[in-house]
Design a protein. Structure first.
Ligand SMILES: Cc1ncc(COP(=O)(O)O)c(C=O)c1O
Length: 358
């Protein structure tokens, strides 16, 4: 058998999740976030499925990501979430027909200096409390006037912000951010909501919606799983047992001997490791499914293999199918065990893992 690690990508689940997102604000435009290779799912296939399911546009993080989608024949509007990274990228943005976020004065200057035949749609990013990128609310009116006057800019600039703590159900930070946004007069289109904003904050459900993680079937709220929202996992990372060892009491397992068999017992070896993006810091006890039976990871994760305690599943054998996350084992549970978030696990799946869209 060839190395059995695969990431199955369920495009039907993508369509279901898009419909869930759409149902929260049916009349608003929905631009699906497909940056970072569609959160590790494969940008072109995910984008095609999302467009077929009715996404009005797509959001990316770089001109390179946008170009790859255009070269694959994807024609829907694309938004560059942090805008261009240097003035020299402005012509490429125009050539690819991108909408660009403008968050800093140097980007205004670059557009003012760009030739007039470039008809770029722009979104002013206002910092309402995230304190990462964006104009101060007091600077928005002047930025808007400069964009209106810039020959390279087409139409009325939009106004967008990003929520820092929408994944906390009760954070007053979100109501403060919404109040700061609503304190700004703005004649053009608006955009506020990521997944947590869309699912959790009715006040954010207006204008262009920008959901990411929920489309991939992951809850943005740490204490909830996707099924709570009718979302289905899109990626199922799976592999197989390549060996079952009968070890003796006192045998230490794997690098560093961090886990010792308390009794004579079967230990399964799974072809998956940090070379595939499985988190090296996942501790003993992290859940793994073997033949659909949940068993604990034991010992250290190595580059190509992990070991599991098979005392609870004595009939497992070399070749038994293994699920690391996805259908049957929410990535949120693995992430919680490993002290991280589902976003990071999905984005970390490496290029050596074939993605199988179906
Ligand atoms: C500006 C912006 N909007 C929307 C999103 C989508 O966020 P989420 O994946 O939490 O829905 C992101 C993701 O990081 C983002 O940076």
């Amino acid at each position: 058998m060839t190395r059995p690690v695969r990431a199955a990508i369920d495009t039907g689940a993508l369509a279901n999740n898009l419909a869930v997102a759409r149902s929260r604000a049916p009349s608003e435009p929905l631009w699906a976030v497909v940056k970072a290779d569609a959160y590790g799912h494969g940008a072109v296939d995910a984008a095609r499925a999302l467009v077929a399911a009715g996404a009005d546009g797509l959001c990316v993080a770089s001109v390179e990501e946008a170009r790859a989608l255009r070269e694959a024949g994807i024609r829907v509007p694309l938004l560059l979430l942090e805008g261009f990274f240097e003035a020299a990228e402005v012509p490429a943005c125009a050539e690819l027909g991108l909408a660009v976020v403008i968050h800093a004065p140097w980007q205004l200057e670059a557009l003012e200096a760009a030739p007039g035949e470039q008809a770029l749609t722009t979104w002013i990013k206002v910092d309402t409390g995230m304190h990462r990128i964006g104009f101060h609310p007091d600077e928005v009116a002047a930025a808007r006037e400069r964009l209106r006057a810039a020959p390279a800019v087409a139409g009325e600039p939009g106004l967008m912000t990003h929520l820092a703590r929408a994944d906390e159900r009760t954070a007053s930070a979100t109501t403060d951010q919404l109040a700061a946004f609503d304190g700004l007069e703005h004649p053009g289109p608006v955009s506020i909501a990521n997944s947590a904003g869309l699912l959790g904050w009715p006040g954010a459900r207006r204008g262009m919606l920008r959901p990411g993680i929920m489309l991939y079937g992951v809850s943005p709220f740490p204490e909830e799983v996707a099924a709570d929202h009718g979302l289905e996992p899109v990626m199922t990372l799976h592999s197989r047992l390549i060996a079952v060892r009968r070890l003796a009491a006192g045998d230490a397992v794997g690098y560093g001997g961090t886990w010792t068999c308390p009794e004579a017992m079967p230990v399964g070896v799974v072809a998956i490791g940090y070379g595939d993006g499985y988190p090296r810091h996942a501790p003993s006890g992290t859940p793994v499914l073997v033949d659909g039976v949940e068993v604990p990871l034991i010992g250290r994760v190595s580059m190509d293999m992990i070991t599991v305690d098979l005392r609870g599943h004595a009939t497992a054998a070399a070749g038994s199918p293994v699920t690391l996350w996805g259908r049957g084992l929410p990535v949120e549970r693995v992430a919680a065990a490993a002290g991280t978030i589902g976003y990071e696990l999905l984005c970390s799946v490496t290029s050596r893992v074939p993605r199988d869209p179906h």
